[in-house]
Ligand binder design. Structure first.
Ligand SMILES: Nc1ncnc2c1ncn2[C@@H]1O[C@H](COP(=O)(O)OP(=O)(O)OP(=O)(O)O)[C@@H](O)[C@H]1O
Ligand SMILES: Nc1ncnc2c1ncn2[C@@H]1O[C@H](COP(=O)(O)OP(=O)(O)OP(=O)(O)O)[C@@H](O)[C@H]1O
Ligand SMILES: [Mg+2]
Ligand SMILES: [Mg+2]
Lengths: 197, 165, 197, 165
């Protein structure tokens, strides 16, 4: 089992580094495996002081069996350093930065093993326009591998849709799906019916 | 493979049978606050086996049953069917579609159906494993939960990767 | 002490009902005091089934001293029923509805006893345009009693500003306040200096 | 009464002395993700006596000290002063302004100053009580915390009302 996990972890970790350099231009990110006795604590990427590149926290790597067994069922730590900043605790990142790191992680796992569909409910609510465009660019790139259902109030996200579903609720507390607008290039054979069968 | 259809009846703000159909690509759902968008997200999570009422914003699973509105009496049961298109045969099964239905009623009756036949949660999970959706359902991110991935415990993140393995 | 609390609770409760009818047109809301043994549980406004008006949950009110003592140091329950819906658990409300209920509560307390200033950091991120306008209308109305400092990405909120502060961060991870734009009616004597003294 | 000035030095992403001045009315703060807007909210909360590192997104109070950036060395201390204009004499004190300063350094030295004179947290809280800000600081709603008011325990809501009493 750990052979398969090892390979998937390596792939996800490489994908994560790529995703972070795309979503945080000039920034760096990586996934790190930690020992099982550390992994039940909330994420505490140690503050690495000073302006230099964060010291890799490997320290002295003992390759003993015991060490690798503990790492085998340990957790995964996320480390991200936006451009120009020194790496610090994930908790100190801003609201928008945290959303982007989370999305980078989801996309990293997705590239390693895509799911048939993703449902993203207002995941971009904290993003500014620049980060929203970066996020939408990634979604559009992967839309041929996986389906995306996105709930949003953001106009830019609506513009990125292949199909747009308008939902409303009358005075009676009942939800109705009121409209469906395929994007201009639609062949038409995908027109869903929304019947209150 | 993609999510082709969601059929809801008696679930949250959908008292009458409502069918939503989706194509591949990017489908975007919009509407005013409180109109029922996130109830659709909850319907998917619930149909695919979600066990925690808190994950679908209730205190108990009975909270998913339509509780009434102006001129609308409450319903006695809720049912959601999710149809996954498998025309490309990616999922292990030979069916061209995988249909998963979950129902619950106020008298406590509750259960699942896979392609029409009654089944257990374990069968649903197995069918989902073949599609790549897996148990952790990390492909559904509910409203307000995106940052939780960053503040989650390292063990939880490992589970997501393990599932993809 | 409970005399003062009693009066403030009554005032806040009346304010809350008014705020809810303004922020949820056609909706109803109230604050209810509950006994101390119930108040440590998270809010669980009981689902009241059916389409009729929610039954006031007073049941049989014993006026014994013991009862009133328990209510005296008990908590406060929030009940809200948006227009056309039957009252249910607060947890079932939508993201935008929850934000509006929270803001109604803050404004209700504010009217009873205004603070010199309020800092609202992206509190309107979940709101649609209609609710955003309702929120901004209330803020503008109270801006002569209390000062508001609002952090936002929403354009409509920027338009409502008396003064706008632009913040940026260069490659060095240092925040700079880059611009200040008093609203058109400004007499000019409020121009703040942002010096890196 | 209003918040007239915030002076920061060494606090989070403000390594050098930075002064922000505000008038009454509605002041709106805008800027890209991660540029330091919520750090201003944290500066106000911290200066006025916040005791929990989690409320200002740190694991320990030392996390508020500027930790360095490209070409910027880390600082050894952080200090924030909040100046509340009391020209209308609303707050009990006879001063025309109330200045509250908090500082912390890496060697563990930490403390408060009220109108320039060293004081304890209890003195700060008393000065705030006169202004109506109170201990619960419900007038500062940090990013992502607005919905927490609705899901908070009934006892916590009572505290907010008690404070206004
Ligand atoms: N069991 C139920 N019966 C009837 N209505 C319900 C039930 N559960 C939830 N609702 C209603 O659904 C509404 C919430 O819908 P939902 O969360 O989907 O809104 P939304 O479109 O996502 O809004 P937002 O944009 O604010 O996130 C609530 O107002 C609630 O009244
Ligand atoms: N002690 C510290 N030293 C240096 N920089 C810090 C420190 N603490 C936090 N920061 C930096 O501050 C940034 C976060 O700023 P802040 O949360 O204010 O952003 P924001 O403008 O509110 O963004 P958003 O719009 O995404 O909410 C982080 O990127 C972090 O690097
Ligand atoms: Mg929603
Ligand atoms: Mg912020």
């Amino acid at each position: 089992i750990s052979e398969l996990f090892e390979r998937t972890f390596e792939a996800t970790s490489r994908n994560f580094e790529e995703m972070i350099s795309e979503l945080f231009p000039g920034g760096k990110g990586r996934l790190r495996r930690i020992e099982s006795d550390q992994s039940s604590k909330p994420s505490v990427s140690e503050a690495s002081a000073g302006e230099s590149d964060p010291e890799p926290e490997d320290g002295v790597r003992e390759d003993s069996d015991e060490e690798s067994a503990r790492v085998d069922d340990g957790g995964v730590e996320i480390e991200v350093t936006p451009a120009g900043k020194s790496m610090r605790r994930l908790s100190l990142l801003s609201g928008g930065e945290k959303s982007m790191v989370a999305l980078a992680f989801v996309f990293a796992v997705m590239i390693a093993r895509p799911c048939p569909f993703y449902v993203l409910d207002e995941v971009e609510a904290a993003l500014d326009d620049l980060n929203l465009d970066r996020f939408l660019r990634v979604v559009k790139r992967f839309a041929d591998r996986s389906q995306f259902l996105i709930v949003t109030h953001q106009k830019r996200t609506m513009d990125a849709a292949d199909a747009l579903y308008g939902v409303s609720m009358a005075e009676d507390g009942v939800t109705k799906v009121v409209s469906y607008r395929p994007s201009q290039g639609d062949t038409g054979d995908r027109v869903p019916e929304h019947d209150e069968a | 493979m993609h999510l082709r259809e969601i059929n809801m009846k008696g679930f949250k703000s959908f008292p009458d049978r409502t069918r939503l159909t989706f194509g591949p690509g990017v489908s975007v759902i919009v509407g005013p606050n409180g109109c029922g968008k996130s109830n659709i997200t909850d319907a998917i999570l619930w149909a695919l086996g979600e066990q925690s009422p808190g994950a679908i914003r209730g205190q108990s699973m009975q909270d998913v049953i339509f509780a009434g509105g102006k001129g609308q009496s409450r319903r006695s049961a809720a049912e959601v069917e999710v149809v996954i298109d498998n025309a490309d045969g990616q999922a292990g099964s030979e069916f061209s579609e995988i249909s998963i239905t979950r129902h619950i009623s106020r008298d406590g009756d509750a259960g699942y159906r896979l392609n029409g036949a009654r089944c257990r949660l374990a069968d649903v999970i197995e069918a989902l494993a073949d599609t790549g959706l897996g148990r952790e359902m990390h492909s559904v991110i509910s409203q307000g939960r995106v940052e939780a991935l960053v503040s989650s415990k390292p063990r939880d993140r490992r589970l997501l990767i393990e599932e993809a393995a």
